[in-house]
Design a protein around this ligand. Structure first.
Ligand SMILES: [Mg+2]
Length: 403
């Protein structure tokens, strides 16, 4: 959902001053988050804490009353009514991105997208707009190609995605309807070559620029997998701490949940093949365990019970982002990891990861007992690891991406 927020902030200055070009500064002193960001974060918060969409959208709307809502939505925020108002505006599509990340099947994504839209946008076009964007995000993050995404969205929602931006651009005008801005946003994504390009293309057609960029950015994030760090830094700088905190919490939550399923594992990049073909060995005088991804291990469960732990993580500080470092450099990193674990008071055991196909040498690692997924993810990121193993008691170890 950071892609949606980045698109909103970048587009914020071009909504009133349309620029029919891809050449413009991404951030300036007036770039700010608007309603698209506030409501996207509201939806993420509702998912994280299992809150109802109506109450959470109202709560966020009242907390950030000057974020630039449309008139009807603004009235709804402050009215005591909990009833939707049959909107077909693009507000349902601009706030939906967290749903494309938090749910893992098309059925779940479509159902939940409808729910999030129907709090206000219960018009069929309002629901369609939300569902199409959420489904595109799901498909993109699960590794589907653009042509497949395009065909599926056309088939299900009957949007015309065969137009090009150069055809749309000359006559495109401000249009806040789902049907008049969601297909255009999706086309901007389809024509793009990178995350930044998607946002630039979205803004280049004019119209409701922050929202079109928000929607295109939300799909582009899922497709290109990465948002350039300089963009993330600019975004973070422009969000209040309590909003950024939800962004981070949501990121941790989806990272920790999404890799439970095999489907997701199968679409992880090739890089992760190496992790899958590894034995994770924990060995000292009293214990000798060989852990494998997706294979339950009763010895490990016994160890967790004995240590009154419900979870553990297996990770290394060696070879950041899979780049081979010298032995001395790696040993220094590993010592640093161990001292951090001691400082934090974690119990851990020494082990190593060993390739089943022997194309790389064993990497000394640690099995950290009692660590939760979020903390393990933070540690893995601190030591620039692509992934690590996370184990919940009675479950098979799973691979968590820390990129
Ligand atoms: Mg806006």
């Amino acid at each position: 959902m950071l892609g949606a927020i980045a698109g909103d902030i970048i587009g914020s200055v071009y909504e009133r001053n349309n620029i029919k070009s891809t050449e413009f500064p991404l951030f300036g002193e007036n770039s700010r988050f608007t309603d698209d960001t506030v409501l996207t974060i509201a939806v993420a918060h509702a998912i994280l804490d299992d809150l109802d969409y109506t109450g959470t959208l109202k709560l966020y709307g009242r907390k950030y009353p000057n974020a630039g809502y449309g008139g009807s939505f603004r009235n709804w925020i402050f009215s005591p009514s909990k009833e939707p108002y049959n909107s077909w505006g693009n507000g349902s599509a601009m706030r939906v991105s967290p749903i494309g990340w938090a749910f893992n099947t098309a059925g779940d994504v479509l159902r939940e997208a409808e729910k999030s839209a129907a709090a206000t946008h219960n018009h069929p076009e309002g629901i369609k707009g939300a569902q199409s964007v959420a489904l595109a995000i799901l498909m993109a993050r699960q590794g589907e190609g653009k042509e497949t995404i395009k065909q599926e969205i056309e088939r299900r929602f009957n949007y015309d995605l065969n137009r090009s931006l150069s055809e749309i651009r000359p006559d495109y005008k401000f249009d806040v309807s789902c049907q008049g801005s969601v297909p255009e946003s999706i086309i901007a994504f389809l024509e793009s070559e990178s995350f930044e390009d998607a946002v630039r293309l979205a803004i280049s057609i004019g119209g409701d620029s922050d929202t079109i960029a928000c929607i295109a950015g939300s799909i582009a994030e899922a497709f290109y997998k990465e948002i350039p760090p300089h963009i993330t830094a600019e975004v973070k700088q422009r969000l209040p701490d309590n909003l950024w905190e939800i962004v981070e919490r949501f990121d941790f939550a989806i990272k920790c949940n999404n890799h439970k399923s095999k489907t997701n594992r199968e679409v992880l990049d090739q890089l992760f093949e190496a992790y899958l073909k590894t034995d994770y060995i924990v060995k000292d005088e009293t214990i000798n365990l060989t852990l494998r991804i997706d294979e339950k291990n009763s010895g490990l469960d016994d160890l967790l019970v004995k240590n009154e732990s419900i979870s553990a993580a297996f990770l290394t500080a060696y070879n950041p982002y899979s780049q081979s470092l010298s032995r001395a450099e790696n040993e220094k990193r590993q010592e640093e990891l161990v001292s951090i674990l001691r400082e934090k008071g974690y119990k851990f055991l020494y082990g190593y990861g060993e390739s089943q196909t022997e194309d790389w040498t064993a990497e000394p690692s640690v099995l950290i007992l009692g660590v939760d997924c979020q903390t393990a993810l933070e540690i893995a990121r601190q030591f620039e690891q692509n992934a690590f193993l996370f184990i919940e008691k009675s479950n098979a170890p799973k691979l968590i991406s820390s990129r």
